[in-house]
Design a protein around this ligand. Structure first.
Ligand code: F0G
Length: 448
């Protein structure tokens, strides 16, 4: 599978089951052709998300047992705090139950109706949380990121030509700039440190703070080490410290690069903003030393944050994603290139080019993956983003430390079979669901 040794072996197993073709067809129809509505028991390889779906290490399970469940001032919070402070350098850290809660606390403390928030590309919950306070998310991806076949090292970067223009025209309406690392909506592509530094210099020249959406910062730093000149001999932790040094704070989903099944945080340098956010946190999440988490979650995350920066772990992690991307590419399946850090994105717009965008080619491919192989994936296209969609992609997100090469080979074989009969796959129409989060709840029906 790869040229380096796998840095873990299996200790606990979870049974999985491959339902029959008839069962799959029945389950899918019952789910309204939306795989968010399926029971996990009906799925063989679940690539819906890499969020909260990873396997914890023995050190994390051991830490759980030491969780301190005190309401205030728990030992586990202290461990969590010290770890996050050491990695990010941010003095103020508010734990949250997951990433979107950090977004909610930050945006309701900082934004007002009519404001604008630029980002390289907003994730769906970030976009929805900004819209919910009456502000407007503005995506500034690179033009080259919209070419799924172009090989380039940092297709996740923010467009440094568009940002100065926007800042000059609208700076009075921009309370913060965000950069998402890696850029999930743009096929999990990394962002260079040079780009983050330049974004921060521009924003700071207007006195505007910059926050990272840092969910996958460790994977991003691994790519920086591999691809950005001058970093190959640095430790990932050093690179991370440099990344955070350019910005003023971050939102974090610890369900990704915290290797946790739940958790997140909001961190920053500004004591005044911290005070406002802390009040809001108590209202919606909990006291600032637990913020919606159990003490044991905080304890396991303190261990997970460190493990996620381990070079051998990251080589295996990003290497597994790359292996899947390369296998699919070799089999003639159009995939966004190069593969991202946490997922391979299949170009459904091209694979199912006979299905028009308003009939959701990505969702049609997601359904085909389930019907053909009980594989669950997620559409990142017109069903998720409506008319704001820039590409019709299907994301195969790999949970961390969960699946073997055999599981991934099953995904490759399934897609190869789909490709052979792709002309027979039909589009879908939405029969239920609206708004910026409709993709979670929508129901579809096949167009016959
Ligand atoms: N930002 C990004 C870039 C994300 O990918 C996610 C979650 C969030 C914020 C919100 O974090 O789920 O802990 O509230 N992404 C998951 C995914 C759900 O499947 O990509 P959360």
């Amino acid at each position: 599978m790869s040229s380096f040794p796998k840095p873990y072996k299996v200790k606990v197993v979870e049974p999985v089951w491959l339902p029959s073709a008839e069962e799959r067809a029945r389950f899918l129809a019952q789910a309204g052709y939306n795989l968010f509505n399926l029971d996990s028991a009906a799925i063989y390889v679940d690539l819906l998300t890499d969020s909260g779906t990873g396997a914890m290490s023995q050190a994390q399970w051991a830490a759980l047992m030491e969780g301190d469940e005190a309401y205030a001032g728990s030992r586990s919070f202290k461990l969590f705090l010290e770890t996050v402070q050491e990695i990010t350098g941010f003095p103020y850290v508010l734990p949250t139950h997951q990433g979107r809660a950090a977004e909610h606390v930050l945006f309701t403390s900082l934004l007002k109706a009519g404001d604008l928030v630029p980002n390289n590309t907003h994730f769906d919950t970030t976009r929805a949380n900004i819209l919910a306070v009456g502000a407007r998310p503005v995506d500034l991806p690179l033009a080259q990121a919209l070419d799924p076949e172009l090989e380039a090292p940092f297709k996740g970067d923010m467009d440094l030509e568009a940002l100065p223009d926007l800042l000059q025209r609208e700076h009075a309406r921009i309370p913060l700039v965000m950069v998402t690392v890696t850029n999930n909506t743009m096929a999990g592509q990394p962002v260079s440190l040079g780009n983050v530094r330049a974004v921060a210099e521009l924003a700071h020249s207007y006195g505007i703070p910059v926050f990272l959406d840092a969910c996958r910062y460790a994977e991003n730093c691994f790519f920086v080490r591999e691809r950005e000149p001058g970093y190959v001999n640095k430790e990932v932790k050093e690179i991370a410290r440099e990344l955070f040094s350019y910005v003023d704070g971050c939102t974090m989903s610890a369900k990704k690069d915290g290797l946790g099944n739940i958790g997140g945080f909001l961190a920053m340098r500004d004591p005044h903003l911290h005070e406002r956010c802390r009040e809001r946190l108590i209202l919606v999440e909990g006291f600032p030393t637990y913020g919606g988490l159990a003490g044991r979650d905080l304890a396991a995350l303190a261990v997970g944050f460190r493990e996620a920066l381990d070079l051998n772990y990251l080589r295996d992690r990003v290497g597994q994603v790359r292996w899947l991307g390369e296998k699919l590419n070799q089999a003639g399946i159009p995939v966004y290139w190069p593969p991202g850090g946490h997922a391979v994105y299949v170009n459904a717009g091209r694979l199912l080019s006979h299905i028009p965008r308003d009939q959701f080619p990505g969702q049609a491919l997601v359904c085909a993956l389930y019907l053909e192989g009980a594989v669950r994936a997620v559409e990142v296209g017109s069903a998720m983003f409506g008319s704001a969609a820039r590409m019709e992609l299907v994301r195969l997100a790999l949970p961390r430390r969960v699946y073997t090469q055999e599981h991934l080979q099953h995904v490759v074989d399934t897609l190869v079979r789909i490709k052979e009969t792709s002309g027979q796959i039909r589009g879908l129409r939405i029969v239920e669901g609206e708004g910026p989060l409709r993709h979670f709840l929508a129901r579809f029906e096949p167009i016959v």
